[in-house]
Write a protein that binds this ligand. Structure first.
Ligand SMILES: [Zn+2]
Length: 282
């Protein structure tokens, strides 16, 4: 009897194993999804004042904390050598929600973690569209309302992501790196339209690992244009060549960019004795 039962046992065990594995993968993915939601940690009424002084209406400034990056930093304290704190400006009635922006920044954080760059915190400034507009539609990217807005807002830490509704010329997102944009408030920015939230923006040939926010940030931090068309990485310039991969040379350039700060290791103190660094001069 054992002779006959063996093959079906093997089959049963394999099916069971596959089922268990699938359950585990599903549970892990679900857990990751749940864990990867960003957290809003603090509100900053003092920051709202500077918007009001500049004529903007109903500003609401909060801090986003990336759950993925907080977890990674807790598990592997030595993983990060550098950090970046971008500013996020979200215009109401643009099609972007706080959650959209937070999820996008979770992805950005995970992608830049491969360079040891920690993007854990960012302030999000939620504000009504300026100049009496119903929503922010950029007429001429690089030469229209985007420049006007950058010059009108309060001085904020860069790089700045602007989340707007759309552009009139079909641009879905654009960056203003130094090689391309003269010094001033418009420089070191990234403009994201809500067009990228539409399924139509994600045809099947596009790499699903691609993040438009991470790509625009790469233009700014790398101060560089696209890589040649056949090269696939974060700065892939055509549909389908952009993905979430950053070369070691690109990482190096990002880490050396002046807005990216080196993390100074904490000095371990035991009692009153400082363990590092030690001076040998006495
Ligand atoms: Zn680009």
């Amino acid at each position: 009897m054992t002779y006959f039962s063996k093959p079906s046992d093997v089959k049963f065990t394999r099916t069971k194993a596959i089922f268990r594995l699938a359950t585990f993968v599903f549970a892990a993915l679900f857990w990751f999804q749940v864990q990867a939601e960003p957290r809003v940690t603090t509100s900053h009424p003092e920051d709202s004042l500077s918007w009001i002084q500049r004529g903007f209406k109903n500003p609401d400034v909060k801090t986003f904390r990336s759950t993925s990056i907080s977890d990674l930093a807790a598990q592997r304290p030595d993983h990060f050598t550098h950090e970046l704190t971008p500013t996020l400006v979200l215009f109401r009635h643009s099609g972007w929600s706080e959650l959209h922006v937070g999820r996008a920044m979770e992805r950005v954080g995970v992608i830049y973690a491969q360079c040891g760059i920690k993007i854990e915190f960012s302030k999000i400034h939620i504000v009504d569209p300026p100049f009496g507009l119903k929503s922010v539609v950029i007429d001429k990217p690089y030469a229209g309302l985007d420049v006007k807005i950058a010059e009108a807002i309060p001085t904020l830490p860069k790089p700045i992501f602007f989340f707007v509704e759309k552009s009139m010329n079909g641009y879905t997102a654009w960056a203003t790196p130094r090689f391309h944009t003269p010094p001033g408030p418009f420089q070191d920015g990234a403009w994201m339209t809500a067009s990228i939230l539409r399924p139509a923006y994600w045809p099947s040939f596009k790499d699903k690992s691609y993040s438009v926010e991470a790509h625009e940030l790469a233009h700014v931090l790398g101060n560089r244009n696209h890589v040649p068309d056949d090269v696939r990485n974060i700065l892939g310039g055509t549909m389908g060549t952009g993905n979430d991969q950053i070369t070691s040379e690109q990482c190096e350039a990002f880490r050396n960019f002046d807005l990216v700060k080196e993390i100074v290791p904490e000095i371990t103190v035991v009692g009153s004795r400082t363990l590092a660094p030690l001076s040998d001069s006495h």
